[in-house]
Design a protein around this ligand. Structure first.
Ligand code: ATP
Ligand code: MG
Length: 653
């Protein structure tokens, strides 16, 4: 394994002859003395009333943080900065879809949020009411989230552009009083009208919202439903000068719900608190992201995902940073012409210090001219964080060499709200290792357990299920929305005899305490009695020079139990254009896996496709691929990005 960042300092969390590193001591305190540790972290945010009890863990697996404290997320993200940096940029909006580039200062953001808050209140929204936000990546979406937080309403953001069926099931589950939406989104210059999708979703849902608040971008015509639909422009004008004070909420009051990506099945409604979340984000901005007030943060995610909640909206703003909201593909300029360097142009222009993206986006950029990485002055950038899926070594190496800054892989889940495994460079400069997201973050007691006996696997390189021992730290999900039983049964009862949170990911830890994620627990292949993680096979295949992307699934086999099938997107499509060439590349790939992992792991077949089935958040849908290969029904496909990719695989069988 090689170091991604050549930084000094020891990452070893081992005790022994060496003195404990600064991070090891920081971590030790977080888990051994959680009350003391987190009461210090709690000082990073403003409280109306300070917490009385730091942690109530009397009813495991539920953890209640900062009991008795009152605070407000919007106050901490916006109002708190007015005195010290009111005129500074808070939100920078860049749309390469509509050619708009616009900044809002903290003062302007404060005014915008209050207008939306007053409009929501006029529509009857109050504390504890749900507001479903179905919006494209425009500033008004962030205003709406912050407005909800301001008045104590629970927001539930649904990824813009989800089809009616997916939206309907979320409306049904969240039972919103009001839905906030827009006429349309746009992707690759293709306008997607939201209003007809929303109307259909409301028709399908047995729950009906009282009102719909609609932002008109004038991209698509909207038919308004009398008495239910309200144009935001009208209400906002009426409340131009609104002053809406923050509603002080209990730390344990719900701030929002959000659904998981649906990679492995039916999405789960993750519920999050207020005070714990604010503290967790403030702490992570300092210790993990090392972002400072007055600087600019650029996350390329979407507000429909947890990364967008934590690190487009709340995290950077709580830290007093400007945050970039980006609508568009990474390959188009503000003049709407192709430009594979647009993100780097933004880094230069806004002096971005911290950037956050996903391996899937880097793989897209990898197909662009590498000179684009050298064209701009990227000297402001301190690090690029990547999360959401495994970062394969070739991709990590390519971007690391291109940018010349540390690439920081970080592993987490919608459920956790912030990174579980990474390195905390804000506490101590720590080297990263390719292929590993890093070490457990403070507050997370991460263990590897034998999946059927539940026994802890403490030795290096022993494969097992990655679990978290309670109490879970601040910011972690409180429960499944309206379903405590599902929370306990789904997450905490999967390991026999132990009440531990299962990540449903498979992993190992090396002798230095670095974890490696080997795939989802349901992605493990059993070939003739040998258990193999699909991730390991994918990692080996992706090292081939002509492989752009790969998915490996285990498919039922009468003889061996299961065999591995690999679906590959070739970098050079011409190389697999005829059967002869495809056979040759298949042979090379098989040999590579045999050499790296042994003959058992060698895929039974390698098939070439032009694109792989992914969720809208860019995650591989292995479960769907596997189902199709076994001629089964692929199940819930509501979050698939492009159904034709699955059809391509179906056609191979
Ligand atoms: P669902 O739970 O509905 O099936 P999902 O698990 O894809 O969907 P998310 O919460 O968005 O929904 O994704 C979390 C998962 O993504 C992790 O459990 C892990 O499998 C994967 N993941 C996230 N970050 C990393 C990373 N840095 N390295 C490897 N895997 C990662
Ligand atoms: Mg999951």
């Amino acid at each position: 394994m090689n170091s991604v960042s050549a930084s000094a300092g020891s990452a070893s969390a081992r005790q022994g002859d060496k003195p404990m590193s600064r991070y090891a001591e920081f971590y030790r305190r977080s888990v051994d003395e959680p009350e003391g540790f987190w009461s210090e972290q709690a000082r990073l945010i403003d409280w109306k009333t300070p917490p009385q009890l730091i942690l109530d863990a009397s009813r495991p697996p539920f953890a209640r943080w900062f009991v008795g404290g009152t605070t407000n997320l919007c106050h901490n993200a916006v109002d708190r900065h007015l005195a010290s940096r009111g005129e500074q940029r808070a939100l920078i909006f860049v749309s390469t879809e509509t050619g708009v580039e616009k900044s809002y200062s903290f003062k302007e953001l404060h005014a915008e949020v209050q207008r939306v808050a007053a409009s929501l209140m006029e529509l009857g929204v109050g504390k504890g009411d749900r507001v479903l936000i179905y919006m494209p990546m425009i500033p008004e979406a962030a205003f709406a989230m912050l407005a909800c937080a301001r008045i104590g309403a629970i927001h539930c953001v649904v990824f813009g552009g989800f089809a009616s069926g997916s939206l309907a099931s979320r409306i049904e589950d969240a039972t919103p009083k009001v839905i906030v939406s827009a006429d349309a989104g746009s992707r690759g210059n293709k306008i997607l009208a939201y209003k007809p999708l929303l109307d259909e979703a409301i028709r399908l849902s047995s729950h009906k919202p009282d009102a719909v608040l609609l932002f008109d971008r004038e991209l698509a015509p909207m038919e308004l439903s009398e008495g239910r639909d309200h144009l935001a422009s009208v209400l906002l004008e009426k409340h131009r000068d609104a002053e809406v004070p923050c509603t002080w909420l209990d730390a344990t009051d719900i701030s929002y719900t959000i659904y998981t990506s649906g990679t492995t099945g039916k999405p789960k409604g993750v519920q999050r608190d207020t005070g714990g979340y604010a503290v967790a984000l403030a702490a992570s901005m300092q210790h993990i992201f090392d972002g400072r007030a007055g600087e600019t943060y650029f996350s390329t995610s979407d507000i429909g995902w947890v990364v967008g909640h934590s690190y487009i909206v709340y995290g950077p703003l709580i830290a007093g940073m400007a945050t970039i909201m980006y609508e568009g593909l990474p390959t188009q300029g503000i003049d709407q012409q192709p430009d594979g360097g647009i993100w780097w142009r933004l880094v230069e222009k806004y002096k971005v210090t911290v950037m956050f993206s996903a391996p899937t986006a880097v793989r897209v950029l990898k197909k662009q001219d590498p000179a684009l990485l050298k064209k701009y002055d990227l000297s402001s950038l301190r690090a690029l964080f990547l999360a959401g899926e495994p970062l394969d070594e070739p991709t990590g190496r390519w971007i690391s060499e291109g940018l010349g800054v540390p690439i920081i892989d970080n592993y987490w889940q919608t459920e956790s709200g912030w990174p579980i495994l990474t390195v905390a460079n804000g506490v101590e400069r720590t080297p990263s290792k390719f292929g590993s997201p890093g070490v457990p973050m403070y507050g997370f007691k991460v263990k590897i357990l034998h999946e059927s006996t539940g026994e802890e696997l403490a030795g290096p390189d022993e494969k097992g299920v990655v679990v978290i021992e309670g109490p879970t730290p601040p910011g972690f999900m409180q429960t499944v929305w309206r379903d405590d039983e599902r929370f306990v049964n789904t997450y905490w009862k999967s390991v026999p005899g132990k009440l531990v949170y299962s990540t449903f990911d498979w992993g190992i830890r090396d002798a230095d305490g670095y974890f490696y994620i080997l795939g989802r627990t349901d992605d493990v292949i059993n070939v003739a009695g040998h258990r193999l993680g699909t991730r390991e096979i994918e990692e080996s295949i992706s090292g081939h020079a002509n492989v752009a992307e790969v998915a490996v699934v285990g498919v039922a086999d009468a003889l061996k139990g299961q065999v591995a099938l690999a679906f590959v997107v070739a970098k050079d499509g011409a190389a697999v254009a005829d059967e002869q060439a495809a056979l040759q590349l298949e042979g090379e790939i098989m040999k590579r896996v045999s050499d790296d992992l042994g003959a058992l792991a060698r895929p039974a077949r390698v098939r070439f496709v032009t694109a792989l089935p992914k969720t809208r958040s860019g995650k591989l849908l292995r479960r769907a691929i596997q189902a199709v290969c076994e001629q089964r029904d692929p199940g819930d496909l509501t979050t698939i990005d492009d159904p034709s990719t699955l059809q391509q695989i179906k056609n191979l069988f």
